[in-house]
Write a protein that binds this ligand. Sequence first.
Ligand code: NAD
Length: 317
Amino acid sequence: MYKVAILGCGGHGKGHIWAKVPDCQVVAVCDLVEQRARDRAAVYGVPYYLDADEMFEKEEIDIVDAPVREKDRFEVVMKCLQYGKHVYTEKPLGGEEGQLKIKPGDLPKVRAMMDEWQKHDVQLGICFCLHGTNNIRWVKQQIRTGDYGSVAAVSARAFSGTWPHLVEMFRYLGGEVDEVFGQADEGWRSRSATVRFASGAVGNLMTSGPMGPGYQIKWIGQQGELQVDNSNGTARGRLKSGDERALPDELARWAMLTQHMTDFVESIKEHRPFVADGWAGLRQMEIDAAINESIMTGEPIKVERYKPEQGRTVFTE
Ligand SMILES: NC(=O)c1ccc[n+]([C@@H]2O[C@H](COP(=O)([O-])OP(=O)(O)OC[C@H]3O[C@@H](n4cnc5c(N)ncnc54)[C@H](O)[C@@H]3O)[C@@H](O)[C@H]2O)c1
């Protein structure tokens, strides 16, 4: 049984239902705001703390779920890593101005986080919960069959709040990104970027404030194409041979967050990489920062990957 502590008892963390994750038990909670800590402690029937150091000194903890805001992420994640804990935190991994305004200046702290993580034999997981959807998983399996050939182009769009997720899915399905050119409207409610992948393939991604909730991703290969619609939706493939495939209905149930958290815990158990690990979190920030730099300068921007040999998780191939 893994002992889980919740560090940050705000709004979003309520959606992380550890009771549904096998072999996990919440043993303590912590928040700077006493009422929040006390309320969450009552939900689990566990002690609460206002100071993380005190909690780490007094409690036996394996995993820390730290759904704090991006501006607090560095301090909190570094502390958990230094105590040698597995960490599950929110996306994106940094961002002084919030998750929709990632800047190149946000990257040094995230890179320092990777260096700290690498010193400890622990897992660092990011809540890119779309990795827990059945349709994204199915599309990735389909790509891996090789039946659709190598990637030629990827197109993705979503409503604006989904931007960090969209960037991560784009990389996960398309591969590492080498260069971007971004544009945005006033206030960046709508954003668009054209992209060149390291493989030579191209793509575009777009988010828009007025667009309703949901997203679409189209993956085009030399021998066929795949499409994903929405986190609780469908996925289908069409091969040049005329063969058509679709995500089987019985797999299309929406339980993405629990599935994602369960996969995180299994990666710890099995001592294997996690699909949304620290490197995924860093790469998403590097692409995002480059797009935003391009928007601000009006120039195409090369994506600088820190420790590129490390960041090429097996999942991007
Ligand atoms: N994965 C998703 O789809 C998704 C969806 C919504 C929000 N989010 C992300 O979730 C994150 C959290 O958002 P939220 O709305 O829950 O924020 P919030 O402000 O409601 O909660 C954060 C809590 O962390 C606490 N905290 C901060 N530093 C602390 C410390 N050092 N020790 C103890 N407690 C500390 C704060 O007091 C606060 O209660 C954001 O980064 C947001 O982007 C992700």
